[in-house]
Design a protein around this ligand. Structure first.
Ligand SMILES: [Zn+2]
Length: 276
C-alpha cells in the first residue's frame, strides 16, 4: 500500500520506508528530512535510556541500526542525531552543537524533559518520535532555522506548537510568514476518543473550539490536528505553509506504529530534519 498523497511521498528504498513532505522537498538544497514508517522489527525505534522503556542490549543495537539505516538512506551522518526524551511537556530547547563527539546525542540529560528542538546550525539532525502523537517539522526558509516538536494531546493543550514559533521569533527573529510547518501522521478525530475528563481539559483550554469536538454515543472525539492548525494560523503562519500529512496512524496501523491501533506497541516513528 502506498500512502502518498498531495502532501507526502511514500518512499521505499534500501529496506526502509519513509514519508517526505512535498513542500519540504522544494527546499532539498537546504534541508534533509524524513518521517519513518513500517511496523516490523526492522523499523523499531523506541526511546531508549528512558525508565519506561528498559530495553535489552540487543534491542538497543537493533534501534541504533535502524537509526543508521534511515540516516544512510536519506544521506545524513548518524553521528549528527540529537534526540530528546519527550515527556509530554512544553519545554523547547535551542541547540548550537552536539554534546557527544563521534556518537549521537540520545536522551542526554541536557535534553531531559524536552519535547522540541530548534537550531540554525548545520550538521544537527534533530529528531522526534511518536506512535499516535503529532510531530511538527518546521523550517524558516528565510532565516534558515529548523524545529522538530512532539505534540500529543497534552502537548496540544500546552500549546507547544505556538511556543515553538514564539521561540523561533525570539531567538532568530523569524517571521511566522516564512515558517513552513509539516504535520506528521497521527491519531485523527476518526479515532481519538476521550473521556469526559480529557474533553473538559480541551474545552477549558480552547474556548473558541467549535467542530473540533464531536460527541458520538456518550464519547467524545477530538481533532487535535485542526486545533494545532488553528493555533499555527493564529500565530501568523500562512495557510499554504501549514502542510498536513492527512494520515491517521490508527487507520493505517498495518503500516505505521500506533499506540492505540496495535496490541503490541513495540515501535515508534521518527521524524528527522537537518540543515545542510
Ligand atoms: Zn483513524
Amino acid at each position: 500500500m502506498d500512502l502518498s498523497n498531495e502532501n507526502v511521498i511514500h518512499k521505499k528504498e534500501a529496506g526502509i520506508e519513509y514519508l517526505q513532505f512535498r513542500k519540504l522537498l522544494e527546499y532539498k538544497d537546504n534541508i534533509t528530512h524524513a518521517f519513518t514508517i513500517g511496523i516490523d522489527k526492522d523499523y523499531r525505534m523506541p526511546l531508549y535510556n528512558s525508565t519506561q522503556n528498559r530495553l535489552t542490549k540487543e534491542q538497543i543495537e537493533e534501534n541504533k541500526n535502524n537509526y543508521k539505516k534511515i540516516c544512510k538512506t536519506i544521506g545524513i551522518e548518524y553521528n549528527d542525531i540529537v534526540k530528546t526524551n519527550q515527556v509530554h511537556k512544553d519545554i523547547i530547547k535551542n541547540i548550537d552543537k552536539k554534546i557527544n563527539i563521534g556518537s549521537p546525542d540520545f536522551c542526554e540529560k541536557e535534553y531531559a524533559e524536552t519535547d522540541g528542538l530548534i537550531t540554525n546550525k548545520k550538521k544537527l539532525a534533530i529528531c522526534a518520535t511518536c506512535a499516535d502523537c503529532i510531530i511538527m517539522m518546521m523550517y524558516d526558509k528565510k532565516k534558515k532555522v529548523v524545529a522538530n516538536v512532539h505534540s500529543g494531546w497534552r502537548g496540544t493543550v500546552q500549546k507547544v506548537a505556538e511556543k515553538t514559533i514564539c521561540k523561533m521569533e525570539e531567538l532568530y527573529n523569524c517571521n511566522p510568514k516564512d515558517i513552513i510547518c509539516c504535520i506528521s501522521p497521527s491519531i485523527r478525530n476518526c479515532h481519538f476518543e476521550v473521556g469526559e475528563d480529557v474533553k473538559n481539559i480541551f474545552e477549558e483550554t480552547f474556548t473558541t473550539m467549535a467542530d473540533e469536538i464531536i460527541k458520538k454515543q456518550e464519547k467524545w472525539y477530538i481533532d487535535t490536528v485542526k486545533l494545532n492548525i488553528e493555533m499555527l494560523k493564529s500565530k501568523g503562519l500562512k495557510e499554504e505553509n501549514i502542510v498536513d500529512s492527512k494520515i491517521c496512524t490508527v487507520c493505517n496501523s498495518n503500516l505505521i506504529h500506533s499506540y492505540r491501533g496495535s496490541n503490541k506497541h513495540n515501535g515508534l516513528e521518527i521524524g528527522i530534519i537537518e540543515l545542510k
